[in-house]
Design a protein around this ligand. Structure first.
Ligand SMILES: [Zn+2]
Length: 498
């Protein structure tokens, strides 16, 4: 009788794919299938070509597959810039594409997820996606997933996957490492390691990106504790998942995940959760008004100083067209300043004027009244053209980036870069390709929570977190939550746990 492939020692077949979206339910910008296609939606060999060798979870999974003793079956990976609700049709299309690669059934499944995705009518959209994969492959096939540090982990997601592995860094730089870890865990599971016990703790604690950096207190020490616990006997993997507060869903809050022998995992989860809760007051942010921030940068008269605007954090799903800080730059007489604003119509209009011509028009302020009114801008077009590049900093290094049509207007002392796609400031290239050299700029606004530090911290002579109104504000007291199931710290300082 002929032996089946699995009996002659060929490698187990492991489906590799995923879907990645951080959904801000306060954003009116819906996330349709086209939004995934414009960021990245790659299938099969195309996924391997686009992500092999990159600092992405899929890149790490593919790189580690051989050593882990698994044969990857590339399915698909779809990601979109954080924005509003994912359309149900888009979610189902991506999951259907993933499942098409599960025929014939694989021996294991590796998924690169975000974990804070919400779709129309599906609060726990990551859990929905994993459960559909689980239903297709059955209960015996291991499913191991990577998730973002900002995942809003739900009990349903924990139940659907055998192991969840969160990023350990903010700014995020360990995506490929976590992908490798996931592939190694999969290899061990398929080599006969027992399914690990799961310990999951959810704290009634909301924190903001500005205070979650893993190189700073309190997360530096908490992450070090996480790694010490992870190395204890019986432990497989352990993650602190801080969560994403800019979504009005019931399953918000910081999560602790521990996998391994039951006693070790439970003890690690309890130790870590208690240590985090004890530090809850240390997550309180400090913010400066837009006028004071610009005033301080103008007085410094050298740079670059980064004026970081978490309320309009593109990577948190805010539109990136807020104008309060641009107005403060103009009113404050800023010189050698730069600002990126999402405005497809103004970018197109400026492109029609052409480089060297004069642009007159309203920019920004088109999406949400909360993010300020459009600003009347008059200046010289200094750049116009399409911008696409491969990311060259430590966030998703090598991943294709697409800003669409971009125009730069020099208005007084401010260079305003108008983009057609919303730009997360993870790379210097999105400025350089638009003609702005950050090293030669005194102040640069950054529409992000902490992403600016990835590519710009080394050149910064200073940074100021600026308090503007917006749907990603670090002032969580300003968020209009309606669906929280219980009190949360710091919204209610008297919140108790457990
Ligand atoms: Zn994140």
């Amino acid at each position: 009788m002929l032996a089946q492939p699995s009996e002659i020692g060929s490698k187990p077949r492991v489906l590799v794919g995923g879907i990645w979206h951080e959904t801000n339910s306060f954003s009116p910008v819906p996330t349709d299938l086209d939004a995934f296609r414009r960021f990245l939606f790659v299938e099969g060999v195309e996924m391997v070509a686009a992500l092999s060798g990159t600092n992405t979870e899929i890149g790490g999974m593919l790189a580690a597959a051989d050593a882990a003793g698994i044969a990857p079956i590339p399915a698909c990976w779809a990601g979109a810039v954080p924005s509003g609700m994912v359309l149900r049709q888009a979610l189902d299309h991506v999951v259907d594409t993933l499942l098409a690669a599960a025929i014939p059934p694989p021996d294991g499944v590796l998924l690169a997820l975000h974990g804070a995705m919400v779709a129309e009518g599906v609060d726990e959209a990551d859990a929905y996606a994993v459960q559909r994969v689980r239903d297709a492959v059955g209960p015996d096939i291991p499913i191991v997933c990577t998730i973002d540090y900002h995942a809003n982990v739900s009990a349903a997601l924990v139940a659907a996957a055998d192991v969840l592995i969160g990023y350990d860094t903010l700014p995020h730089i360990d995506m490929a490492s976590r992908g490798r870890e996931a592939a190694e865990v999969m290899g061990r599971l398929l080599a006969g390691m027992a399914r690990p016990a799961k310990a999951f703790r959810k704290l009634p604690l909301l924190t903001v990106p500005q205070m979650q950096g893993t190189a700073d207190a309190p997360m530096r020490e908490l992450m070090a504790l996480c790694h010490r616990l992870e190395a204890e006997p019986g432990m497989l993997t352990c993650s602190i998942v801080v969560g994403f507060p800019y979504c009005d869903t019931p399953h918000l809050g910081l999560s602790v995940l521990a996998y391994g022998a039951m006693e070790a995992a439970e003890r690690a989860a309890d130790t870590l959760a208690a240590a985090i809760w004890a530090q809850r007051a240390a997550f309180k942010p400090t913010l400066t008004s837009a006028g004071d921030a610009v005033g301080a940068a103008v007085r410094a008269n050298r740079g670059p100083i980064f004026l970081v605007e978490p309320a309009d954090n593109v990577g948190g799903g805010a539109p990136g067209d807020g104008t309060d800080l641009l107005r403060a730059l103009i009113d404050g007489g800023a010189e050698d300043a730069a600002c990126v604003i999402w405005d497809p119509a103004a970018a197109a209009a400026a492109t029609r004027v052409g480089v060297g011509g004069r642009f007159h028009g309203q920019v920004g302020g088109h999406t949400l009244a909360l993010h300020g009114q459009p600003v009347a801008l008059e200046g010289t077009v200094t750049f116009a053209g399409e911008i696409r590049y491969l990311r060259d900093s430590s966030w998703m290094t090598g991943q294709p980036a697409n800003l669409g049509l971009v125009a730069t207007i020099r208005a007084g002392g401010v260079s305003v870069i108008l983009t057609t796609e919303r730009a997360m400031p993870f790379d210097t290239l999105h400025l350089r390709m638009a003609g702005v050299e950050p090293e030669h700029t005194k102040m640069i606004t950054m529409k992000c929570g902490s992403a600016w530090a990835t590519a710009f911290a080394d050149m910064a002579i200073g940074h100021i977190y600026v308090d503007t109104p917006g749907i990603c504000t670090s002032n969580l007291e300003r968020m209009a939550y309606t669906r929280l199931p219980h009190s949360f710290y710091p919204l209610d300082p008297d919140t108790t746990w457990p």
